[in-house]
Design a protein around this ligand. Structure first.
Ligand SMILES: [Fe+2]
Ligand SMILES: [Fe+2]
Length: 160
């Protein structure tokens, strides 16, 4: 298994997003380290990762909703799909004491995250920079009037 570690290669130069992503990588590493621990400890780490990921995705979804993305854009849809799988893994572990899906999810998230960050999140970070969006105020310097809603797919926010 390859441990995902934070590096400049993952940085998107959007401070709030990078801070959240660095936290995600750290929580994922803790969950991965707990794969050899008892099930209660592993589940606690996975729950912490799930709680953080819920906030992580909702933060990005909020920024997209505030800056012209269509509600059903594919970046948000991918967040929903990943969150549904991760939530189901936690539920299976908690209710059925079946930890196999959770163990697989920890490994898969380490593969999925760099791909997501360097495509969809990178596109969002670029879009936010281009319009001068301030996550603290939720306001942009540039408002694009009459533009088609953004799809959120691919490295460019405007890619189909
Ligand atoms: Fe992200
Ligand atoms: Fe994202």
């Amino acid at each position: 298994m390859t441990t995902l570690t934070w590096s400049d290669q993952l940085a998107l130069h959007q401070p709030q997003m990078d801070a959240t992503h660095e936290e995600f990588v750290a929580l994922l590493a803790q969950a991965e380290a707990a794969l050899g621990s008892d099930e209660a400890e592993l589940l606690a780490h996975f729950d912490a990762l799930l709680a953080h990921t819920t906030l992580h995705f909702s933060q990005e979804d909020r920024w997209m909703a505030a800056t012209g993305f269509a509600p059903e854009n594919c970046h948000t849809q991918q967040h929903q799909a990943v969150l549904a799988v991760v939530s189901e893994c936690a539920k299976r572990a908690r209710q059925d004491h079946d930890f196999e899906p959770l163990r697989i999810a920890v490994e898969e998230l380490a593969t999925w995250f760099p791909q997501h960050a360097l495509s969809m999140d990178a596109g969002l970070a670029q879009h936010l920079a281009e319009i001068g969006f301030d996550p603290l105020t939720g306001k942009a310097e540039i408002v694009i009037a009459d533009a088609a809603p953004l799809s959120g797919c691919g490295p460019s926010a405007r890619a189909a």
